[in-house]
Design a protein around this ligand. Structure first.
Ligand code: C2G
Length: 138
């Protein structure tokens, strides 16, 4: 007798992924390992300007292309608002929401529709530190 076919487990994560580095890669790899398919919301340029007060180094089109080309990533979409997480989770049929632990506790409200997992950040690397390092040596 064959086992009943179960629905593929979809994982969703979000991020800017600007000046892509190994900390981004690690969170994507670990997120993908929690399910069968990984969908990534890449934050819009406009969202970064609004929330962080600066334009990303790489445009949303470039950042989406980089993330979409990664082996563990099944699909990418543009995250246009931080307030639309519930809609994105439902739209993509996600079973698990994964974020780095810099967001610890911030998305617990979605536990009614999916699992919420916070992964430890990769230490000692960040886009901001990289930009500072590059401009100091440039
Ligand atoms: N990250 C990590 N280790 C690092 C740096 C980043 O694990 N050293 C993780 C973050 O915790 C996040 C992901 O990589 O889960 C993307 O990080 P950012 O590009 O900084 O994205 P962020 O601005 O946190 O996301 O809805 C969330 C927004 O899209 C913003």
């Amino acid at each position: 007798m064959s086992a009943p076919t179960s629905e593929a487990r979809t994982v969703i994560t979000f991020g800017t992924f600007d000046v892509f580095h190994v900390g981004h890669l690690r969170v994507i790899e670990r997120a993908a390992a929690l399910g069968d398919r990984l969908v990534v919301g890449v934050s819009a340029d406009e969202l970064n300007i609004r929330k962080k007060g600066r334009e990303p180094v790489f445009s949303e089109g470039e950042r989406m292309a980089i993330v979409a080309a990664l082996k563990p990533v099944h699909a990418v979409f543009l995250e246009e608002s931080l307030e639309l997480k519930r809609e994105y989770i439902l739209e993509h049929g996600a079973h698990v929401l994964v974020m780095g632990d810099d967001w610890e506790g911030r998305f617990d409200e979605f536990r009614d529709i999916c699992d919420v997992v916070y992964l430890p950040r990769t230490p000692a690397i960040s886009t901001t530190a990289l930009i500072e390092k590059i401009s100091a040596t440039g």
